[in-house]
Design a protein around this ligand. Structure first.
Ligand code: MTE
Length: 334
């Protein structure tokens, strides 16, 4: 068990999502032994075989300098300038969730072993034609990068405000050419336990998977981030490409993506597989819907001494509330 001295603004590790799940490991293993998880585990194994084949190739190489460095800093999109004090870069890049490298916040050094070149991104499932593309070719195809300052609200009740660099996800969806019948885009992180030691923790349902509806993915706020603070994305924040959906809890923002699959079936994501009673598909921020183990009414901005109120959809309701009209039977806020 990791022992660390929290800074004033940190919540105790015992309250952090993953630690809760960690503590639930016994229950999970018991469930698996009883067979309740076997269906999910079997489905996951099929998915992992393919992911391992892909990522084995790209993670075999030694880390190389980021050849996209010349694209940064991109111009700021003035529509998304943020309205809160910016989080200090050294906080946002040293206080991270990236379970592939450990189930605690201090993974930034460990994650430096992630080789970010070569890096191949695959588009498959319900698309006109499956294809794999090298990240630098994808960046070239996505056109000019832009900078957007977004708020980020973790389900653990800490938050930050950071300048991401990247491109609208809508552009990537158009590039992928999904079939009209596709309803969801499923995003998957690399899988290589030799490099990411957290992936040896077999009770987690690796690889990390998250999903959005096509309507969410093409909403103007949904962003593919390839950089932060005017520089290429550091490994710990999800190099070379990650999702940013600022109206949702941070666990939706899957890092270091190798695969976008299109489907007409709603995916079950990493945290939902582990603890469906606490983490659902929609995961929209709502101060009035508590996590089963803590309130979501307020949040602790990294580096600040005072907590602040949490806002519905993290303050982005004007952009996204319409996406969820009439969906009263869904657990939209978990
Ligand atoms: N993506 C992967 N692959 N693995 C993870 O553990 N953690 C999620 C999300 N994406 C995670 C991930 C969680 S819980 C949060 S809050 C954000 O990444 C944290 O992003 P940051 O470290 O850049 O602040």
């Amino acid at each position: 068990m990791l022992i660390k001295r929290p800074r004033g603004w940190e919540i105790p590790e015992s309250q952090a999502t993953p630690e809760g799940v960690w503590l639930d490991r016994r229950r999970l293993l018991k469930g698996m032994a009883a067979g309740s998880m076997l269906t999910g585990a079997a489905a996951l194994a099929g998915c992992m075989e393919e992911a391992e084949a892909d990522s084995g190739k790209q993670l075999a190489a030694a880390p190389a300098a980021d050849p996209s460095a010349g694209l940064y800093p991109p111009k700021t999109n003035m529509k998304y300038r943020g309205d809160r004090p910016m989080t200090a870069e050294d906080l946002a890049t040293t206080y991270n969730n990236f379970y592939e490298f450990g189930s605690h916040k201090n993974i930034w050094r460990a994650s430096q072993v992630l080789p970010i070149r070569p890096w191949t991104v695959t588009f498959d499932g319900m698309v006109e034609e499956p294809r794999s593309v090298a990240i630098d070719d994808l960046l070239a195809a996505m056109g000019p990068l832009e900078q957007r300052v977004y708020r980020h609200r973790c389900v653990e009740a800490w938050s930050m405000t950071v300048p991401w660099a990247g491109f609208p996800m809508k552009r990537l969806i158009e590039y992928a050419k999904p079939l009209g019948s596709a309803k969801y885009v499923v995003m998957q992180t690399f899988q290589n336990p030799d490099i990411a030691s957290g992936q040896k923790q077999y009770w987690y349902p690796w690889p990390y998977v998250e999903g959005l509806t096509i309507a969410e993915a093409t909403n103007e706020l949904a962003f593919m981030a390839t950089g932060i603070y005017g520089k290429p994305m550091p490994a710990q924040n999800g190099a070379p490409i990650r999702l940013v959906t600022p109206w949702k809890y941070g666990f939706k923002c899957v890092k270091s993506i190798v695969r976008f699959s299109f489907s007409d079936q709603r995916p079950v994501s990493f945290w939902e597989k582990l603890q469906a009673s606490e983490y659902g598909f929609w995961a929209n921020v709502n101060p009035e819907v508590s996590h089963p183990r803590w309130s979501q009414a307020t949040e602790q901005p990294l580096g600040q001494s005072d907590r602040i109120p949490t806002l519905l959809y993290n303050g982005y309701a004007e952009y996204v509330a319409d996406l969820y009209k009439g969906m009263n039977n869904e657990r939209l806020f978990m």
